[in-house]
Design a protein around this ligand. Structure first.
Ligand SMILES: Nc1ncnc2c1ncn2[C@@H]1O[C@H](COP(=O)(O)OP(=O)(O)OP(=O)(O)O)[C@@H](O)[C@H]1O
Length: 321
């Protein structure tokens, strides 16, 4: 369990984290979202005791990080690419870390296998690709078999196979009863991986909710309906207070102010034939964009995004790094 209570961090005049309170519960993956500069990395640093809060408190497993005797066994974290001696092998690096907390060599080989680095475990880390380095970082995070796992942009630099692997891994860690906090700018990925979301903007909490609730809350209650009698249906819908406009062809209507069930009932009552009827739910990407609209730090004058998100909903990986 991770608990942030009134967590605040100021750097001079800049408030990076502003009175943030949230809980990350065991048994699920919590996505940590927010535009560039929202305070995610700073929050993670505070949770890990790498930085002191100006006020408020962060607890991991019921204690402040520095109160843990063997932190690797309590909390596993992947922040930015770690400083690993480039001349060392992955195995030597993990063995050295394991030794600091009395973790057996057997566990080193286990995590190497878990992250798929067995074939290169004895190779120099200096020659590792970005993806291999990321896997080594994850191996490091899991070394102490911790109950709490915190990963800052773990899919950064991973190919599609790697992304799928991370998704499965995170879900598996949560299913084992661990608390998993993971930050990402890839909304489609978060939608598939996370159960719960903590969304921040300009250091403040914007949402602490489930993925389902967030997308439902932001749902644009539009209903799309296709009918060979679309014009008649539009008139009938106006009669029940719904607005409709033709969209993508004369037989297709976008209806606002009525649910899909209400549209179907009106059509049924008047014998209007329907070829298609569906409620349009918003994606996590849309819900996120609506929620964070006012908190994005870097915008061009026309409001275009310059925070690393691409128009197609993916993110420019590593844009902030
Ligand atoms: N050491 C520091 N000194 C001064 N300002 C800082 C420091 N660390 C972070 N900040 C500022 O605090 C704010 C939050 O930064 P942070 O890196 O936590 O955001 P983030 O949500 O992790 O962003 P990103 O998605 O780009 O990684 C930013 O405006 C940043 O410039």
């Amino acid at each position: 369990m991770i608990e942030a209570r009134g967590l605040t961090k100021r750097y001079g005049a800049k408030t990076a984290v502003d009175d943030l309170s949230f809980t990350v519960r065991p048994g699920s993956v919590t996505g940590f979202l927010g535009p560039n500069g929202a305070g995610k990395s700073t929050t993670m640093r505070l949770l890990l005791g790498l930085d002191r809060p100006t006020s408020g408190e962060a607890r991991v497993g019921g204690k402040r990080y520095r109160e843990h005797r063997a932190p690797l066994r309590e909390v596993g974290a992947l922040l930015e690419a770690r400083a690993v001696h480039p001349g060392r092998s992955a195995r030597a690096h993990l063995l050295a870390l394991a030794r600091t907390e009395g973790i057996p060599a057997r566990r080193v080989d286990e995590v190497i296998e878990l992250v798929g680095l067995t074939g290169v475990a004895r190779k120099r880390v200096g020659g590792f690709s970005l993806g291999m380095g990321q896997r080594l970082g994850i191996a490091t995070a899991l070394l102490g078999d911790p109950a709490v796992v915190m990963l800052d942009e773990p899919v950064n630099g991973l190919d599609p196979d790697g992304v799928l692997w991370i998704r499965t891994l995170l879900k598996g860690l949560a299913a084992e009863g661990r608390a998993v906090l993971v930050s990402s700018h890839l909304m489609s990925e978060m939608a598939q991986t996370a159960d719960h979301l903590v969304v921040v903007g300009r250091g403040k909490l914007l949402a602490d909710t489930s993925v389902t609730e967030l997308t439902a809350r932001t749902q644009d209650a539009a209903v799309t309906v296709r009918s060979p009698q679309a014009a008649r249906l539009a008139v009938l819908l106006r009669g029940v207070g719904a607005r409709s406009t033709t969209t993508g062809g004369a037989d297709r209507l976008e209806v606002h102010g009525a649910t899909a069930a209400q549209v179907g009932e009106v059509a049924g009552r008047h014998g209007v034939v329907l070829h298609e009827l569906h409620a349009r739910t918003s994606t996590l990407e849309e819900a996120y964009m609506a929620l964070t609209r006012d908190s994005r730090e870097y915008r061009t004058d026309d409001g275009a995004r310059t925070d690393g998100d691409q128009p197609d909903g993916t993110a420019a990986e590593g844009a902030a790094r």
